[in-house]
Design a protein around this ligand. Structure first.
Ligand code: FE2
Ligand code: FE2
Length: 252
């Protein structure tokens, strides 16, 4: 049975929450969601920044610089929204320490700290920008919390560009590195990318959907991503790695 949504899109702002016009649990759930979103944007920005320092292909620099600047801006937008609710960036980041170790944060953490070389950069983009586009487009654009919906709209415009980068370069990568290397990279990254959507059917997501902070469950979005990527792999003669059925997914 679908979950009944209590608040329509863009119906609430910081004032309404700060004045206590809404159940305080709404604010708690919202803050947790925003803190996770901000952290994902921040780690993605750090990944692009690291790529700039380690990249040896100068042709990629302009686009990586652009992505870095935009991801930094995305993180800023969400941290500003948290600030409006009385939560500092530091406190938000601190609240994420345990979550950072979860499989759902493996992709952004790996990009920020360990990714190396052009194929990793491309895989990170496929794992973070393409997934981000789905999460933000499907879930946050229609958020009941107006500031998050507005930030999502700005982010979405730029993520669409990042996603074009990722899909175009997947084709280039096949030409430059060969099908075998790209398939190997996909096997390393796709489980992480799919886990980025998070566990299915949690109480937290239930609350998010009930409050209109998300529209769909993590699992539905993960399926959408797998379908999208499978099609793209097929077109390029690549093999979409088969995954285990349950979260956290690994190679089957
Ligand atoms: Fe972003
Ligand atoms: Fe992005």
């Amino acid at each position: 049975m679908p979950i009944r949504r209590e608040f329509p899109p863009r119906s609430l702002n910081a004032e309404a929450l700060n004045e206590g016009r809404v159940d305080s649990h709404y604010t708690k759930v919202l803050i947790r969601l925003l803190a996770a979103h901000a952290m994902a944007e921040k780690l993605t920005a750090l990944g692009y920044q690291r790529a700039l320092a380690t990249l040896d292909n100068p042709a990629l620099r302009p686009i990586v610089e652009k992505n870095f600047a935009e991801e930094k801006k995305h993180a800023r937008l969400i941290y500003d929204a948290l600030e409006e609710l009385g939560m500092s960036q530091q406190a938000a980041d601190r609240s994420m320490i345990a979550v950072l170790k979860a499989p759902s944060f493996d992709a952004p953490s790996y990009f920020a700290g360990k990714a190396e070389g052009e194929l990793d950069l491309l895989m990170a983009s496929l794992s973070l920008d393409t997934t981000g586009l789905i999460m933000i487009g499907e879930n946050y654009k229609e958020s009941s919390y107006a500031p998050h919906a507005r930030a999502a709209e700005i982010i979405l415009d730029e993520e669409a560009d990042h996603e074009i980068f990722a899909s175009r370069h997947l084709g280039d990568a096949v030409e430059r590195f060969g099908v075998k290397s790209v398939n190997t990279a996909l096997r390393r990254w796709i489980p992480r990318a799919v886990n980025f959507f998070g566990p299915p059917g949690t109480g937290f997501t239930y609350d998010c959907i009930r409050y209109g902070l998300k529209s769909r469950d993590n699992e539905e979005l993960a399926e959408l991503y797998v379908t999208m990527l499978s099609r793209r792999c097929e077109q390029l003669g690549l093999e979409m790695p088969p995954l285990t059925a349950t979260y956290p997914h690994s190679l089957a």
